[in-house]
Design a protein around this ligand. Structure first.
Ligand code: ADP
Length: 175
């Protein structure tokens, strides 16, 4: 049985992530869709919330298992007997980062290969940080995330209150 791990922060998941997880499930016997428990990023959602979204998104796919992990991705991949690390590629900028990460991981664990899947065209511009920024500014994110993520994102933003843009790191859209 060939096991693959699809790791990331997934804060929160969007349709691009779900598309990659589902496509990976067609290529491998089992896909472990795994969220880093504490990435070096400003998180909007807790580990439990991120996992809940992931489970809801692929509940109908029997060979995807959702979990979280900490420490090195290759360490966890070894622990679960994964042969491949799945990553998604959107733009050339992703390639440089993924290439560096794949070579580093290969140095740590030569028996595990990185497999990059190209994004589907309609999700090429979607990222967790862009969608959070659009949502924070009151924009429409319904094309980027499943409805249950959109609803929770709205609730979280309302909880953050008026100084929400101070609390969440923004990237670019306000320039
Ligand atoms: P990171 O692992 O850097 O925290 P994310 O959690 O946002 O990044 O994403 C996890 C994985 O999903 C990465 O391989 C990333 O390139 C991929 N990914 C993110 N957005 C998309 C998208 N729109 N289409 C395809 N793959 C994507």
């Amino acid at each position: 049985m060939t096991i693959a791990i699809y790791p990331g922060s997934f804060d929160p998941i969007h349709n691009g992530h779900i598309d990659i997880a589902r496509r990976a499930a067609r290529l491998f016997d089992k896909v472990i869709w795994a969220a880093y428990d504490r990435p070096l990023k400003n998180l909007l959602f807790s580990e439990q919330e991120r996992l809940e979204f992931m489970r809801q998104a692929v509940g109908d796919v029997s060979n995807i298992e959702v979990c979280s992990y900490h420490g090195l991705t290759v360490g966890f991949a070894r622990q679960i007997g994964a042969r491949a690390i799945v990553r998604g590629l959107r733009v050339t900028y992703d390639f440089e980062i993924e290439y560096q990460m794949a070579l580093t991981n290969a140095q740590q664990a030569p028996e595990i290969d990185t497999v990059c899947l190209m994004t589907s065209m309609r999700y090429a511009f979607v990222s967790s940080s862009i969608l959070k920024e659009v949502a924070l500014a009151g924009g429409d994110i319904s094309e980027m995330v499943p409805p249950f993520v959109a609803t929770r994102l709205k609730q979280r933003i309302a909880q953050l209150g008026d100084d929400r843009t101070e609390k969440v790191k923004l990237v670019s859209l306000q320039e």
